[in-house]
Design a protein around this ligand. Structure first.
Ligand SMILES: C[S@@+](CC[C@H](N)C(=O)[O-])C[C@H]1O[C@@H](n2cnc3c(N)ncnc32)[C@H](O)[C@@H]1O
Length: 202
């Protein structure tokens, strides 16, 4: 599947035309490690990570179409052939678009914390989403997560630790070479503590 020209960008994946499940071959025309970023926002991390790792292919999903288009346009300008972006939800990507064992790494940075109790069911980190994510990861595949929200961190940490099939990975090592995201830069300026989690698929 060639990425279609949607929103003026050659790197936006048109999921209405794409053959599913997606794969590194169908997205990038070559077998390579496929990583995903869920909720990529304006794409600062995505573009920096893709530039630092030309050997991988990275597929981001971003629900806000204007941000997906902005990040795709930037990736085109920077000549990053190993980036694709789909303007859809993380849940759609996980449950409809990818097959088990196809993902080498997954980045989830500053997922919406939905702080009000009545909205917490909208949080991404809940058992069904996490189980599917684990199923999609290859053995040895990594899951990297950051949040600034202490209450959400207090949910995410135990959820990941209790998930069969995942083992905790040293966070200092796992995040040593990770570029900052847009929100991370903003929160660092505000001196908000950042909670980081790195887990590996057994
Ligand atoms: C707090 S921002 C973080 C953006 C980026 N990861 C960063 O750190 O700069 C959360 C982003 O996730 C997107 N988002 C929220 N829920 C989503 C979902 N279910 N699927 C895909 N994107 C989602 C939002 O539109 C927003 O751009």
């Amino acid at each position: 599947m060639r990425p279609s020209l949607v929103g003026g960008s050659a790197l936006l994946v048109d999921l209405t035309a794409a053959g599913l499940p997606l794969s590194s071959e169908s997205l990038f025309g070559r077998p390579c490690r496929l990583e995903v970023e869920l909720g990529s926002g304006k794409g600062r991390f995505l573009l920096a990570w893709a530039a630092a790792h030309p050997e991988i292919g990275i597929l981001a999903v971003e629900r806000a179409r204007k941000y997906a288009e902005l990040a795709a346009a930037r990736a085109v300008r920077e000549g990053l052939g190993n980036v694709r972006i789909a303007a859809t939800t993380a849940e759609d990507l996980l449950f409809r678009c990818l097959s088990p064992g196809s993902v080498g790494g997954c980045h989830v940075y500053f997922p919406d914390p939905w702080p009000k109790k009545k909205h917490q069911k909208r949080r991404f980190f809940r058992p069904d989403n996490l189980q599917r994510l684990v199923d999609l990861l290859q053995p040895g595949g990594m899951l990297w997560v950051k949040t600034d929200h202490p209450d959400y961190a207090a949910v995410i940490g135990p959820l990941l630790a209790a998930q069969p099939g995942l083992e905790s990975h040293d966070e200092v090592e796992a995040f040593a070479a990770m570029p900052a995201t847009n929100f991370e830069i903003k929160y660092a300026r505000e001196e908000r503590p950042i909670h980081r989690f790195a887990f590996r698929r057994l």
